[in-house]
Write a protein that binds this ligand. Structure first.
Ligand code: ATP
Length: 230
């Protein structure tokens, strides 16, 4: 059965979520109070409707309670976001994902019982900060309890060593999830560098200079590994 999602608030964030879902074949109901935003989306999603999501009748008329999940991506208008979220709780929507612009908003949403909270500004801010501090860091996913998943260029000192020689788990308390590696492949007449995953890494896997390591661990352990081996 096709997944059915509603996205409320079609700013850059909501629009991008709605388009991603629709591209992947989901049935998307895109909602915004602003008719121009709705017009821009209407050819790309199953349904695009202009309504005020703080109006429970309007929400009910769209059968919002039958969606697999509803994303509330309203940004600046926090009052609107709060009211909308309360109405969705009232309507017993199965899965509500709400946006918080800062930690205060996050706390309020948590107190309301919302467990899935997105903070695009915070996430991007943290990622950019980490990437600036560590030029070898290519992407960064913060996790609770100070854990993170990072993609890093293989630090110089561990190039040509095996995973077990590096002692990632024993010495650094880190888990190597996998490695991205570049291969020369023929595309038409030309050779191109194509990125692949080596799958589940083994103890005897060697790391090459151009490999990208994907690591899970505590933030301080990741930083230590990068610093010690650069
Ligand atoms: P982004 O960062 O995603 O671009 P933004 O910071 O511009 O978003 P807003 O413009 O405040 O955020 O909100 C995103 C969208 O939510 C806007 O298109 C706005 O029209 C819509 N919106 C705000 N309030 C409501 C509401 N009550 N009902 C429906 N849509 C709403």
């Amino acid at each position: 059965m096709t997944n059915r999602f509603a996205v409320i608030g079609l700013g850059q964030f909501g629009e991008s979520i709605a388009r991603t879902l629709a591209d992947r074949g989901a049935e998307v109901l895109a909602i915004d109070i602003d008719l121009d935003k709705v017009e821009l989306m209407k050819d790309d999603v199953a349904y695009a409707v202009a309504l005020d999501s703080t109006d429970v009748k309007a929400l009910r008329a769209q059968n919002i309670q039958d969606m697999d999940a509803v994303v509330v991506a309203i940004g600046e208008n926090f009052e609107g976001l709060l009211l909308t979220t309360v109405l969705l709780l009232e309507l017993e929507v199965k899965r509500i994902i709400a946006r918080a612009a800062n930690s205060q908003q996050r706390m309020i949403l948590e107190k309301m019982g919302i467990t899935e909270i997105l903070s695009p500004e915070e996430t991007v801010g943290k990622t950019v900060g980490e990437m600036l501090l560590h030029p070898n860091m290519r992407s960064f996913l913060p996790l609770p309890d100070n854990y993170e998943i990072v993609e890093i260029n293989t630090p110089t000192r561990v190039v040509d060593q095996t995973i077990s020689e590096i002692g990632l788990r024993e010495k650094y308390n880190l888990n190597l999830i996998t490695v991205k590696r570049f291969f020369d492949e023929k595309k038409g007449d030309k050779m191109e560098k194509v990125e692949h995953i080596i799958g589940v890494p083994r103890a005897d896997t060697f790391l090459k200079e151009t490999d990208i390591m994907i690591i899970l661990g505590k933030s301080q352990d990741v930083n230590k590994f990068i610093e010690v081996n650069k």
